[in-house]
Design a protein around this ligand. Structure first.
Ligand code: FAD
Length: 437
């Protein structure tokens, strides 16, 4: 039985979720004069660039596990996971255009100009990162500085990117949300969308739960941007029960080692790295705030706990390499938010290959094998839960007319690289489509 509606609102477009996808659509449509309401489950916490920001800005204080015990980070804050991301930019794969006819070249170019996106300058690249790059190149790897969504002049090199960003150097989706509000959009925080309201097969709004009870928002267009886990939950509650069937998490680990000489503090994470497309492996330098690092070692018990004293006392000499691999489309997200994500033997094989390569690189820099340890595998970013070509057409519209999706759930195939640029660009493309209609 539905609860009593405490409040009814009206808009041209209602958006569920304010991560990169939702924020972009909100910004573009509000700029064009549309009345936009954004419902966001999380709060608008201050971004202070300290480890405490992490449990504040994620669901269940960061303790979200698959049925198999895999830790997957699920954001819950205005701006979504971009508040905690490393600002590393990978361009969309060529197959998006070649196979699906989706050309977001123009939108990607726009985004490259805006901040702008470029590799870090010399002064922001740490000694450890340079050593890893030179060593990896010496071993024949194509290891280069990566494009970053960081305003160099504002960056104080605190290297806490994955715990927010106090100086605001890192570009986040929250900037687009703020801009949208400046254009007149309404942001409802602590307000989770439960389901899409339909009439004769058309979306006519959403039902949400806010701090003061149920809200009904009537709108001509509904955009679901609640993330790779959140969007399929809303769709299942709205009658599309195949949403969430099959998804990727792009499993990730970090291989760390204590270097005998180097000072590795002040290392903006993911400054440089390599993409081995055929193997589906991305490797980059990595660094996390100390408490975040120790928390992940706790998750990696029992071996991780044994390594905690070394990790804590030698933190300033720790060189780390992130190994992330392309996942397959297995598992399922359920309507109650629980999910299952078994890792296949192929995925585990790719992870093992990446881990062995990372160990070789670390040892070639002078780290001893006895001083190397790694985290247990975790899920980097859930996506592909409502795929284009499966439950969405190429404009990201569902079988419920006027109900669209825009976040990592739309990605049509196993992915394997940081997805944010693609989602921002796809958000711009969807806004153009909605305005044209
Ligand atoms: C530590 C870390 C580092 C990362 N580094 C990078 C990187 O360097 N480069 C890169 O490209 N990617 C990176 N990522 C991944 C990237 O941040 C995410 O893939 C991206 O933010 C996904 O965008 P999205 O639009 O799917 O929305 P999300 O960021 O998933 O946000 C979804 C939003 O929807 C809200 N929501 C959920 N359910 C509801 C509901 N029912 N109603 C209303 N709101 C709801 C959530 O609170 C959340 O704010 C990183 C991620 C993490 C965690």
């Amino acid at each position: 039985m539905e609860q009593k509606v405490a409040k009814t609102l009206e808009a041209d477009v209602v958006i569920a979720g304010s991560g990169p996808g939702g924020a972009t659509v909100a910004r573009e449509l509000s700029k064009a004069g549309k009345k936009v309401i954004v419902c966001e489950l999380g709060k608008y916490q201050k971004s202070i660039g300290k480890s405490i920001n992490v449990p504040q800005m994620v669901a269940n204080k960061g303790l979200t596990f698959s049925k198999e015990g895999l830790l997957v980070v699920i954001p819950e804050t205005v701006g979504g996971a971009s508040m905690l991301y490393c600002g590393t930019v990978f361009k969309p794969p060529a197959w998006l255009k070649d196979k699906y006819g989706i050309d977001i070249g123009e939108e990607v170019d726009e985004l490259y100009q805006e901040i702008p996106i470029k590799p870090l300058p010399e002064r922001l690249v740490g000694d450890g990162q340079r050593l890893l790059m030179e060593t990896a190149r010496g071993m024949g790897l194509d290891w280069n500085l990566l494009d970053k969504w960081i305003r160099h002049d504002n960056c104080d090199n605190c290297a806490q990117c994955s715990a927010g960003c106090k100086p605001g150097a890192k570009f986040t989706a929250r900037e687009y949300v703020d801009e949208a509000m400046g254009n007149g959009a309404v942001l409802l925080t602590r307000s989770g969308v439960d389901k899409v309201i339909t009439e004769n097969g058309n979306a006519v709004g959403v039902r949400a739960t806010g701090p003061d009870g149920q809200i009904e928002i009537r709108a001509g267009k509904v955009v679901l941007s609640a993330g790779g886990r959140g969007t399929p939950i809303i769709l299942q509650r709205s009658g599309l029960y195949d949403a969430g069937k099959g998804f990727f998490v792009d499993p990730v680990t970090s291989v760390a080692g204590v270097h005998p000489k180097l000072n590795t503090m002040k290392s903006i994470p993911m400054a440089a790295g390599t993409h081995l497309d055929e193997d589906g492996i991305v490797m980059t330098d990595a660094s996390a705030p100390l408490l975040f690092h120790l928390g992940l070692l706790g998750y990696s018990a029992p071996r991780g706990i044994a390594n905690m004293p070394k990790a804590a006392t030698k933190f300033g000499k720790t060189l780390s390499i992130m190994v992330k691999v392309r996942d397959d489309l297995g598992g399922r997200v359920n309507a109650d938010g629980s999910f299952s994500k078994p890792l296949t033997d192929e995925v585990k094989g790719a992870l093992n290959k990446g881990i062995v390569m990372a160990e070789e690189i670390l040892m070639s820099t002078g780290v001893q094998r006895k001083d190397i340890y790694s985290y247990r595998i975790l899920g980097a970013h859930p996506g592909g839960t409502v795929r284009i070509g499966n439950l969405l057409d190429t404009n990201c519209e569902t079988s419920i007319k006027n109900c669209y999706c825009m976040d990592t759930s739309i990605i049509p195939e196993p992915w394997g690289v940081p997805p944010t640029l693609t989602i921002f660009a796809m958000g711009k493309r969807l806004a153009k489509h909605l305005l044209a209609r």
